[in-house]
Design a binder for this molecule. Structure first.
Ligand code: FPP
Length: 253
């Protein structure tokens, strides 16, 4: 059976055949959407969807690591998500701590590097403490980069980057004509990473929601109807199969 984007519906237990000889995208970014609708469909509170979503993060991190993805960027909380009811925001802010309490040991064993991309200054102290501990304890790891976009907004990121470059111009360290694409990329929160090769958005919404607008210029976009709590290893594998069917020309022929 196919969903509307042609994703074959497979069992979560289906294994990826490495002999398929697929190119594994180096940097995969995911907009994890649909937690609320998943919960509503089950007559559960919205936060139950976020809790289930956190469990899926664990599964997908394991699978990304197994497949050899180098960077996995997950949109966990946007600069606009503060508009949600306080109870929901409080719950979302506790998830990084919960996730890391139960999973940091495994991340360390798996050589995963935990990173955060976003304005951390507005995060509650307990959230910051949890992510800082994870960052510190995985700082010397060399495997998969697990990059949480937390209180992240692309327009805010670009605004800050412009301020940084403008300040350098003001003190004479930079000439306006020296501002090029690499200077702008270098002033973004993602400066240490290549642009995503593949973006996946779950839940059927067809928009970017202020996520990595500069970095996604040539990224392959895949939208699936599956709600994030239902997203499985096999969905990630299928997205990679779709990615392999795309012809990336970066504006060339
Ligand atoms: C969007 O679904 C999802 C979020 C705003 C939160 C995403 C967070 C997780 C998946 C868990 C994060 C886990 C860690 C470890 C930080 P929505 O609530 O907008 O769903 P809806 O559109 O159906 O209402």
């Amino acid at each position: 059976m196919l969903d509307k984007l042609g994703f074959r519906k497979t069992k979560a237990t289906d294994q990826f055949n490495i002999e398929d000889n697929l190119e594994i995208p180096s940097h995969v970014a995911i907009i994890m959407d649909g937690n609320g609708r998943w919960a509503k469909n089950k007559n559960l509170p919205r936060v139950a969807g976020h809790h289930e979503g956190m469990k899926v993060v664990k599964k997908i991190v394991r699978e990304a690591d197994r497949l050899g993805i180098e960077i996995l960027t997950l949109y966990a909380f946007s600069t606009e998500n503060w508009k949600r009811p306080k109870d929901e925001v409080d719950f979302l802010m506790k998830l990084p701590g919960q996730f890391l309490t139960s999973y940091l040991k495994e991340l360390i064993e798996k050589n995963v590097q935990v990173r955060v991309m976003g304005d951390e200054s507005r995060l509650p102290e307990h959230t910051r403490a949890a992510v800082n501990q994870a960052k510190e304890q995985t700082a010397n790891n060399t495997g998969l980069i697990l990059n949480f976009a937390l209180n992240y907004g692309s327009r805010h990121e670009l605004t800050m980057a412009m301020r940084t470059l403008a300040a350098e111009v003001q003190i004479g360290e930079l000439k306006p004509e020296e501002i090029d694409e690499s200077k702008i990329s270098g002033a973004l929160l993602s400066h240490a990473y290549p642009d995503p090769d593949l973006l996946i958005r779950t839940s059927g919404e067809l928009r970017l929601s202020n996520f990595m607008l500069w970095q996604l210029a040539y990224t392959e976009l895949i939208f699936t109807d599956v709600y994030w709590p239902d997203f499985s290893e096999s969905h990630l594998q299928q997205a990679i199969q779709h990615y392999n069917r795309r012809s990336r020309r970066f504006g060339g022929v």
